[in-house]
Write a protein that binds this ligand. Structure first.
Ligand code: ADP
Ligand code: MG
Length: 293
């Protein structure tokens, strides 16, 4: 009786509200930096970045979200101000402002921080072209920041970087900065189209700029269990990427898409919903995978 989905959902809601999870997630041996990339728009990059980050934080880990999309959707979902006067990732990339002056704590989620993106970041794609060491700007800034964060708050466990839907200099900065790439794949017909281009870009970055980089994680998003197509796409992705695909697929859920309009993640907006439970489970898998690798 106590294991019915409803009972599990209700129990999770209480846990999230009271920040009481029996089993804190294992901490990685060093800060894991993951770039969430897919040049296709609307596949769930931002949704997965903020909800995985919140799920990790709620389960006892410390997490920084770097918003690298000029739209600032990740900042919005985390309730972080990002109008043009706010110090942001733009100032870090273009003016060399320390990341510490930009990062803010996310209000209702202890252990979660965010560096917001403002609209002027759209210009950075072009402005960066003439900047020295243009692909390494973010890596340098993050490297300096990690030590400062550790001195003040303890070591960060995760950095999740939300990328824009392109493979320009912003995404390149994120790839040069990270150890791992997390690719969200929407379970629909064109899901795999364009993935080759992303994988080639990751390959080039690995060869030329960041030898440690690898695609560690694939997350299936907006999974609709009622359709054969979703199952077929999932199967194809699993055949291609093997155990890099998280077992948990994120279901399509209205609650997930509603949460940002309340400046919230689904984990605080509706903690017992299937979307919230799925992101909690995906975060657990991600954390355990970090131990093996
Ligand atoms: P991207 O960052 O790749 O452009 P988003 O994360 O912004 O993609 O998602 C695109 C749209 O799909 C958004 O409106 C978002 O709210 C919605 N969405 C994402 N994941 C889900 C889900 N699991 N269920 C329902 N809607 C979703
Ligand atoms: Mg996005």
């Amino acid at each position: 009786m106590s294991d019915t989905p409803l009972a599990v959902a209700a129990a999770t809601a209480v846990q999230v509200r009271e920040r009481r999870f029996g089993d804190p997630l294992p901490r990685p041996s060093r800060t894991r930096v993951l770039t969430v990339a897919n040049q296709k728009g609307g596949v769930g990059k931002t949704t997965s970045t903020v909800n995985l980050a919140a799920a990790l934080a709620l389960q006892g880990l410390s997490v920084l979200v770097l918003d690298l999309d000029p739209q600032g959707n990740a900042s919005t979902a985390l309730g972080v101000e990002h109008h043009v006067e706010v110090p942001s990732v733009y100032d870090v990339l273009i003016d060399g402002r320390p990341l510490a002056e930009v990062v803010v704590a996310v209000g209702d989620l202890p252990g979660l921080w965010c560096a917001p993106a403002t609209l002027d970041l759209a210009g950075a794609e072009i402005e960066l072209v003439s900047v020295v060491a243009r692909e390494h700007r973010l890596r340098k800034a993050l490297g300096a920041y990690l030590g400062a964060h550790e001195a003040e708050h303890g070591r960060l466990d995760y950095v999740l970087i939300d990328c824009p839907p392109s493979l320009g200099l912003l995404t390149l900065n994120a790839l040069v900065c990270a150890d791992e790439v997390l690719i969200p794949i929407q379970c629909e017909y064109y899901a795999l189209e364009g993935l080759g281009q992303l994988l080639r870009t990751v390959g080039l970055v690995t060869e030329e700029l960041n030898p440690g980089l690898h695609v560690s994680t694939i997350l299936l998003t907006m999974y609709d269990a009622r359709t054969r197509l979703a199952a077929q796409v999932a199967e194809e992705v699993r055949t291609h990427f093997g155990d890099r695909v998280l077992r948990t697929a994120i279901p399509r859920s209205v609650r997930v898409s509603e949460a940002p309009s309340y400046a919230q993640t689904v984990l605080t907006y509706d903690p017992g919903s299937t979307g919230a439970l799925s992101y909690l489970e995906a975060a657990r898998e991600l954390a355990r995978q970090g131990l093996a690798g």
